[in-house]
Design a protein around this ligand. Structure first.
Ligand SMILES: Nc1nc(=O)[nH]c2c1ncn2[C@H]1C[C@H](O)[C@@H](COP(=O)(O)OP(=O)(O)O)O1
Length: 218
């Protein structure tokens, strides 16, 4: 075990070099040589996508789509699809890679239309965020999109999927999203994306906790 007295943070950590170990059509594996905060030179095994465009630091976008319809509860537009790396289906926000020359907002509206058939309106966008920084430099921007379900274009949404895409659209009421996801997980062998579940937990807190009577906090 390292002695904390010896391992003082004296250096600004930085990458020294990146060497290609293996490469495919979509991803590559690199050996990253870096200097740690104590001044030691170390290596790390890093996964990168090969598809990132020049104009952006984000590989892709995720879409938090809120479907708003008269006389209906607001619903989250989610997608279920088989994900080969996991060997099972996942419950995710609609998502996709950013095309050349595209902004995150434009990519979000395009991917939402392709995967779910809905036409939306962007109401917010996150900074570039990391997805799995201990493994990969993969990044995403999450785009908040309102969908007017009363709009004639959104009454019977039609997906525009590629030949190899199989995406099922799942609508979950915003005010009980965590319970509905838990029900789904009980019923079928499906893995929920961490962003989705964290969002659901946040919604549960936002909807219910403020209305509880204040009690003595221990
Ligand atoms: N890691 C990947 N391996 C593949 O064999 N193919 C991959 C990988 N990542 C993306 N893709 C392919 C699959 C689709 O044909 C395209 C576009 O995917 P997109 O819809 O933009 O993104 P997701 O919905 O998140 O897969 O890329």
């Amino acid at each position: 075990m390292s002695n904390p007295e010896e391992a003082k943070a004296t250096t600004t950590p930085h990458v020294v070099k990146e060497e290609l170990m293996a490469s495919g059509n979509w991803v590559k594996l690199e050996k990253t040589t870096y200097v740690d905060p104590a001044g030691n030179t170390r290596t790390w095994e890093t996964v990168k996508r090969t598809t990132r465009q020049n104009n952006t630091e984000a590989d892709g976008v995720g879409i938090i789509g809120v479907l708003k319809r008269t006389l209906h509860k607001d619903c989250m537009v989610m997608v279920k699809q088989f994900r080969p790396p996991l060997g099972c289906c996942t419950l995710e926000f609609p998502a996709g890679l950013i095309d050349e020359g595209e902004t995150a907002e434009a990519a979000a509206l395009r991917e939402l239309k392709e995967e779910t058939g809905y036409k939306g309106e962007v109401v917010g966008v996150t900074p570039v965020t990391c997805l799995d920084p201990g493994l990969s430099n993969c990044t995403t921007q999450i785009v908040l999109v309102n969908i007017n379900g009363d709009d004639v274009e959104n009454i019977h949404p039609t997906q525009e999927l590629g030949e190899a895409e199989f995406v099922e659209v799942i609508l979950l009421p915003l005010d009980e999203i965590q319970t509905k996801i838990d029900d789904l997980l009980q019923k079928e062998k499906i893995m929920v994306d961490s962003k989705v579940y964290i969002f659901a937990m946040g919604m549960a807190q936002a909807f219910f906790k403020p209305r509880e009577l204040p009690v003595l906090k221990q």
